[in-house]
Ligand binder design. Sequence first.
Ligand code: ATR
Length: 262
Amino acid sequence: MLHGYWLKRYGIPGSYERVDVPPEELAAFFDRFKEAGWVGGNVTVPHKMAVIPFVDRIDDAAKAIGAVNALWWEGDALVGGNTDAMGFIGNLDELVPGWDRGARRAVILGAGGATRAAVYGLRSRGLEVALCNRTVAKAEALAAHFGKGVTGQGLDELEALMGDADLLVNTTSLGMVGQPPLEIDLAPLKPEAIVYDVVYVPLETGFLKAAKARGHRTVDGLGMLLHQAVEGFRHWFDRTPEVTEELRTLLSDDIRAKTPGA
Ligand code: ATR
């Protein structure tokens, strides 16, 4: 729906299709990738690491994040890249222009796949990042993986860390439809802190609602999805597509239609 909208808007002949590739057919799929006419694609579970042997190189973001979510050609070389960090940051840039002026510290809840993209994006803008996760060992391991400027701790330290945060980000699955809510007392946050939730089903999570009610600037997860797609499209068609209000509405309506209560 997302890429179809842009292809139509810019009059580009092409399509964005879903292809179901069983793990045992990955090699055969890539043998025919170019001749089948693909200018690129996205990669999802369970192939985000499995595709690495089949690409000619992986970009720095994919290396640091440990996952490939996009493929594109650079000349004759097939690149496996990661556009999630750019998506995470592009969304912030759009919704809170100038957000990083004076922003020094971010606290991220979680230590999973989505966390990695957020850490990479925030480090690229020079912020110090504290990871708070239910399983402390996972937060510590991720902090060690990223090294300088990233620390890992348990949720018991969250309250103290929040007081110093310019940005609070949820990258856990809590608050997603079908999951328990994310219930955090936001009182320790500075009023000017920004609250970001990468969850986008529902479109406005309870966490964002609570942050809004306290007067915080908030950033939703749908925009991250839109902005990671901007990066893919740009690589494939050499054109930076616009995230229009019409596109946001198209996707929001679709999510609402498919998810009662979202
Ligand atoms: P993704 O790849 O989408 O980020 P994930 O790797 O499964 O998903 O990560 C889910 C995150 O949500 C983890 O940080 C997880 O915490 P644990 O590492 O302790 O499992 C967090 N999470 C999920 N359910 C949770 C819960 N009930 N309470 C606290 N954290 C939870």
